[in-house]
Design a protein around this ligand. Structure first.
Ligand SMILES: *Cc1c(COP(=O)(O)O)cnc(C)c1O
Length: 429
């Protein structure tokens, strides 16, 4: 048995993959290594990465500066508890995050994953109102097609249909949902776009602690891009109805949409911000929830006087040093220019898809290119075709999308867009 088929067999025997059945006939592909934008499979095939490992590997893989940062930190300490102790990687990273995120955000709470950053954000909002003697404000308001993670709190504010709320109906908190806006990016937002949210606020603000949503780009819930104008308007509505605004920038943060943070498209600041995914350049699992001095102080001055959260691996030093190295690498790079070039090349490269009858819409924003089909993709057939074409693209449902590492060059983008265009053109009904 070759090493490759041996790995595949043992994977089938012992391992459960994300959102999958153990009976699945879908192939998985053993990876030996990855470097730059290239992923090398255990059988020697090389794929160009179109996914950045789910929005995270923005500098590509095996980056010498990232490797060095982690290896240096490893020799000091890989982990130390964060209760009662602190360390320079966490302090440096927190300071830098406060510097680059919208001005009002002043305090950083580190966690291990995006889902937990969302849990923490919701707990902050609830504790804030509790401290303000408004304990009846415990619910969240959100919009359709969102995705905020897989833990129970995060699921409760993710799209009810995509998130299979019916399956968990007895355990999932019932939150308030408003129809998602139809105004696309760069379009004005009309009365009919904002009114569903406005009426939820009007009717239920006494129970609502916070509005939570992904700014500009809704990721795993449908890869939808919406108007900055909508964000501007909802910021005002939150203030008007005494509801906190939580922005989940776990997917959109760190340049992906062409701004460092997507909320900059609307020139607004949230009360609470979640970041994750690209925070460590895809090297380690780390996320953070940021909030204002006012919210942090209110929680700390009220009952019970502390914030009720503290993960074992909070602010892991290896992860924090990876985060710091990744952010410096990003900020010292011509990232704006790179994203705008990727945007141009994705736009030209995916343009032919617009003409295919299988295709409903092609949309590009920053370093994100989405081709939405009319029908769900048969992954058993399509996934191996992408691998055969020498690219790593992982579609879901009706969506084939590209979000390559920022370091990708024009020729490699062209290989990605050619593969997408060619494979879609061959999809039979
Ligand atoms: C991926 C994602 C999450 C969840 O992050 P995990 O690290 O997978 O827990 C939350 N919100 C958004 C917008 C995401 O894209």
């Amino acid at each position: 048995m070759t090493n490759y088929s041996n790995l595949l067999k043992r994977d089938r025997d012992y391992v459960w993959h994300p959102y999958s059945s153990i009976n699945s006939k879908q192939a998985v592909f053993p990876v030996k290594s990855a470097s730059g934008v290239r992923i090398t499979l255990s059988d020697g095939r090389v794929l160009i990465d179109g996914m950045s490992s789910w929005w995270s590997a923005i500098h590509g893989y095996n980056h010498p500066i990232m490797n060095q940062a982690i290896s240096t930190q490893l020799h000091d300490m890989s982990h130390i508890m964060f209760g009662g102790l602190t360390h320079q990687p966490a302090i440096d990273l927190a300071e830098l995050l406060v510097t680059i995120t919208p001005k009002p955000l002043k305090k950083v709470f580190f966690v291990d994953s995006g889902s937990v950053a969302v849990e923490v954000a919701m707990k902050m909002a609830i504790q804030y109102w509790y401290a303000k003697k408004q304990p009846e404000k415990q619910k969240m308001l959100t919009i359709q097609y969102g995705y905020h993670g897989d833990t129970f709190g995060a699921m409760s504010v993710s799209d009810p249909v995509n998130g299979m709320h019916s399956l968990f109906s007895n355990t999932l908190t019932q939150q308030f949902f408003a129809d998602a806006p139809l105004c696309k990016f760069n379009q004005p937002c009309t009365e009919s776009d904002i009114s569903p949210l406005q009426s939820q606020l009007e009717n239920n603000h006494q129970e609502i602690a916070a509005l939570i949503l992904e700014p500009i780009v809704q990721g795993a819930g449908g890869m939808r891009f919406y108007s900055a104008d909508y964000l501007k308007q909802l910021r005002q509505l939150c203030d008007q109805y005494n509801v906190l605004l939580i922005l989940d920038e776990i997917a959109t943060g760190f340049g992906r949409t062409g701004k460092l943070f997507a909320c900059e498209h609307a020139e607004i600041a949230p009360d609470i911000l979640c970041v994750g995914k690209a925070l460590t350049g895809g090297y380690m699992t780390l996320a953070a929830t940021l909030t204002t001095q006012h919210i942090a102080k209110t929680i700390s001055n009220g009952e019970p006087g502390i914030f009720m959260h503290g993960p074992t691996f909070m602010a892991n030093p290896l992860a924090c040093s990876a985060g710091l190295a990744s952010l410096k690498l990003l900020l010292n790079s011509p990232w704006k220019n790179r994203i705008s070039l990727i945007e141009q090349h994705l736009t030209t490269g995916l343009a032919p898809c617009t003409d295919f009858p299988q295709v409903k819409e092609v949309r590009i924003l920053g370093a994100i290119g989405v081709v939405e089909l009319h029908k769900a993709i048969n992954m058993e057939i399509i996934q191996p075709q992408f691998v055969e074409a020498g690219v790593w693209v992982r579609p879901f449902n009706r969506l084939i999308y590209l979000m390559p590492p920022y370091i990708i060059d024009k020729d490699d983008i062209t290989i990605l867009t050619h593969a997408v265009t060619h494979i879609i053109s061959n999809i039979k009904d």
